[in-house]
Design a protein around this ligand. Structure first.
Ligand code: CA
Length: 439
């Protein structure tokens, strides 16, 4: 179990940021897969970040306006042996108090009754609407009651504020403990990609490679895959969220694998590699691979403090466009193609996203017209690609694409930590030079 001091430190910073506002942060609920079978439990990342408590249905209150020792309140499912025998251990009220450094713990069934009194003295309520419907009804009813009596009482929590304004700035900047965990997630993920390349042969099914990767995650201490693994051979690689993984891999095609593990404490890796299934690039594949790798290296060099994600993206796009002009797959000047977006039939996504407890992690990329500056401790993916298929129409003025290029989809993705000096590629144990992709 993660050291509670880490969560205590986060709660302290969160409480400071809240000012006079109360925060209500619910845990995730179990989600039905089919009939009466549930998906594996996945804790809500905001809730986990602040509590380290890995049970469903709980609700955490943060009450900075109350005296010390009453500021962190947790509502939990009560101990119930007749349910635990089916669904597993619960910490219960006592366990929450003794093990999770909670100031006050209650059974969940007291939530609707106790929320009102706990909000007494709050200037506002920080709660995310639209995500936790059962809790939301109680929160809104309680809030409405407070507003009803405000004229006579003289005060109420007048504002409803999303907690992201306080919390997601914290989550965006990873502390040294989180960096260590992210490095571990990236390391296991990278090793799994190495394994996948070594076992891949023509005639195997994509699913066999998926099985090997996810087996490696589980055997090496991860909770499992962070997201649906993409194991996409040939033209399947041009489907960005291809997860059916049910094709037989053909001699002469490339295999694109986008997969990452999630650790027990939910930190995620997110890595993509693309390599020839038979161990040798064709000249077309190699030409495109070199462009994508060059774009990725350029973009990574730009992951430095003071820069921003828009510039990182644009630096990759420029290299992609230059390379594609050279291969006569695009026509015109780099600036003009960039300006008109007439490359987006070949590269249609952004070059990266924040990475952390969520795979597409929280935190703003821009605030109005202002691009958020990269700071040490931020972690993002860098993942340019080229995808050539018939699915999107060719923009006006751009050349028709010869058949020999079609069915090639390439992406190269690493997880990169912003530091005070050069970018730190957490996933660098997954090789990526063209030579290393061959055998
Ligand atoms: Ca990915």
């Amino acid at each position: 179990m993660t050291n509670q001091n880490i969560f205590q430190e986060r709660r302290k910073r969160f409480l400071d940021l809240l000012g006079g506002n109360a925060a209500i942060i619910p845990a995730a609920n179990m989600v039905t897969h089919h009939a009466d079978c549930d998906f594996a439990f996945r804790q809500d990342s905001d809730f986990w970040y602040l509590t380290g408590f890995d049970e469903p249905d709980a609700v955490a209150l943060f009450l900075p306006y109350r005296p010390e020792g009453e500021q962190y309140v947790l509502f939990v499912l009560p101990k119930e042996p007749s349910i635990e025998v089916w669904n597993g251990f619960r910490w219960g009220v006592e366990g929450a108090l003794n093990t999770f450094a909670v100031d006050i713990a209650h059974s969940l069934d007291q939530f609707s009754q106790l929320l009102g009194p706990y909000l007494e003295g709050a200037e506002g309520i920080s709660f995310r609407i639209g995500r936790h419907l059962k809790i939301e009804t109680i929160v809104l009813n309680t809030w409405a009651e407070k507003l009803d009596i405000a004229p006579r009482k003289g005060s109420a929590p007048y504002a409803l504020i999303p907690p992201c304004l306080f919390l997601h700035n914290l989550r965006l900047r990873k502390d040294s403990w989180e960096v260590q965990r992210m490095r571990e997630a990236a390391r296991i993920t990278s090793k799994a990609h190495e394994l996948a390349r070594h076992i891949t042969r023509p005639g195997m099914r994509e699913k066999e490679v998926q099985a090997a990767i996810e087996n490696y995650f589980l055997q090496n201490g991860a909770r499992g895959a962070a997201y649906g693994s993409i194991v996409a051979s040939g033209d399947n690689a041009c489907i960005l969220h291809y997860t059916s993984n049910n094709s037989v891999m053909k001699d002469g095609d490339l295999l694109l694998i986008d997969a990452g593990c999630s650790l027990d404490d939910y930190y995620n890796g997110d890595v993509t590699r693309t390599f020839p299934i038979n161990g040798r690039f064709t000249s077309e594949q190699r030409a495109l691979y070199d462009i994508v790798l060059s774009a990725q290296k350029t973009a990574i060099e730009n992951v430095v403090a003071g820069n921003d994600t828009e510039n990182v993206h644009l630096s990759a796009v420029r290299v992609l466009i230059e390379g594609l002009i050279e291969l006569a797959l695009l026509k015109g000047s780099v600036d003009e193609i960039l300006e008109t977006g007439s490359y987006t039939h070949l590269y249609m996504h952004r070059t990266g996203h924040w990475l952390g407890l969520d795979v597409h992690d929280v935190g703003a990329y821009r605030l109005g017209d202002y691009q958020v500056s990269l700071e040490p401790g931020m972690i993002l993916t860098v993942e340019p690609g080229i995808y050539i298929s018939d699915r999107l129409s060719i923009p006006e003025g751009q050349p028709v694409i010869d058949e020999r290029w079609k069915g090639i989809g390439i992406r190269i993705e690493d997880d990169v930590l912003v530091t005070n000096s050069s970018p730190d590629v957490l996933s660098d144990e997954a090789l990526k030079s063209a030579k290393e992709m061959e055998r």
